[in-house]
Design a protein around this ligand. Structure first.
Ligand SMILES: C[S@@+](CC[C@H](N)C(=O)[O-])C[C@H]1O[C@@H](n2cnc3c(N)ncnc32)[C@H](O)[C@@H]1O
Length: 269
């Protein structure tokens, strides 16, 4: 007889206790506290509040004025605001999200916060991030993939979500994230940067897709150091967890440079 996968609050507890060991009780306690928000104000029509560690993946993307930028999973849009500000009126931002309901919220956030001259440089789309590379490759100077993930910070406060939680969920999300990051790499132009981010606690969803990317497409991807004032280095990136980062996070990110294909004639080397 096939063994049933455990599910629900107890399975959630057991899974994260096994992952984090003696750290889990303090990490859980920190996740249950009110999140620490950062106020974005400069350059916006009105303030926007987002998790204190959410700005780190955007800073790591190192966007400059005039760049062509793609935010593959953009809603509700906090990171898109920062990307639009950094790309400026000479650059452009494509802010994508597959969910139509969340896209409506994204449009509202962009409309209410960005000055008109920047809003004109932002294009909202609704494609599947995992399939983008079938239509466009080598196209953007900078790509942010803020992937859908386990979001334990939300799940732990949502009894309905906890009731149906199963260890199959992080595994499924990690597989989905790999399809998206493999697509995102091809969409980034050679020499450009891709930042992969999640708000997950699970290494399989964080370093996991990056490790697979390097194994499969190492000739096209170089992992760079992920710098931040808080958090802990992981084998491929950095994770900021609320028990040690003053309530900020969870945020994981990795920085990847799209390499010139060694056999490709567009290499300047
Ligand atoms: C972690 S949230 C993004 C948060 C956003 N970057 C921000 O800072 O406000 C992930 C988003 O990915 C979207 N999404 C899920 N699957 C997708 C797919 N296959 N292609 C594009 N977007 C997707 C979800 O609708 C969700 O809005």
């Amino acid at each position: 007889m096939k063994k049933k996968t455990p599910a629900g609050r107890e399975a959630f507890e057991a899974y994260y206790a096994a992952l984090y060991g003696s750290r889990w009780p303090s990490l859980k306690e920190a996740l249950l506290q009110e999140p620490v928000y950062e106020e974005l104000r400069a350059g916006l029509l009105k303030s926007y509040f987002l998790d204190g560690a959410s700005t780190l993946p955007v800073k790591a993307l190192d966007v400059h004025s005039g760049m062509r930028v793609l935010d593959l999973c953009a809603a509700p849009g906090g990171k898109s605001l920062l990307l639009a500000l950094a790309a400026g009126t000479e650059g452009s931002l494509t802010a994508n999200d597959r969910s139509s309901a969340r896209r409506a919220r994204l449009k509202r956030v962009l409309q209410e916060h960005l000055p008109a001259e920047l809003r004109e440089r932002v294009f909202v789309t609704g494609h599947d991030a995992a399939r983008w590379c079938l239509y466009e490759t080598d196209a953007y100077d900078r790509v942010l993939l803020d992937a859908p993930c386990s979001s334990e910070g939300h799940v732990i406060r949502a009894p309905e979500a906890l009731k149906i939680w199963s260890p199959k969920r992080p595994h499924h999300l990690a597989r989905q994230a790999f399809s998206m990051i493999a697509s995102a790499l091809r969409v980034t132009r050679p020499g450009g940067l891709l930042v992969y981010a999640t708000c997950s606690l699970v290494p399989e969803e964080n370093d996991g897709p990056v490790e697979r990317l390097v194994q499969r497409y190492g000739a096209m991807a170089e992992v760079l150091p992920a710098e931040a004032p808080w958090g802990e280095a992981t084998p491929f990136g950095r994770i900021i967890l609320p028990d040690t980062a003053g309530g900020r996070g969870p945020i994981y990110f990795a920085v990847i440079r799209r390499k010139y294909d060694p056999g490709c004639s567009d290499s300047p080397l």
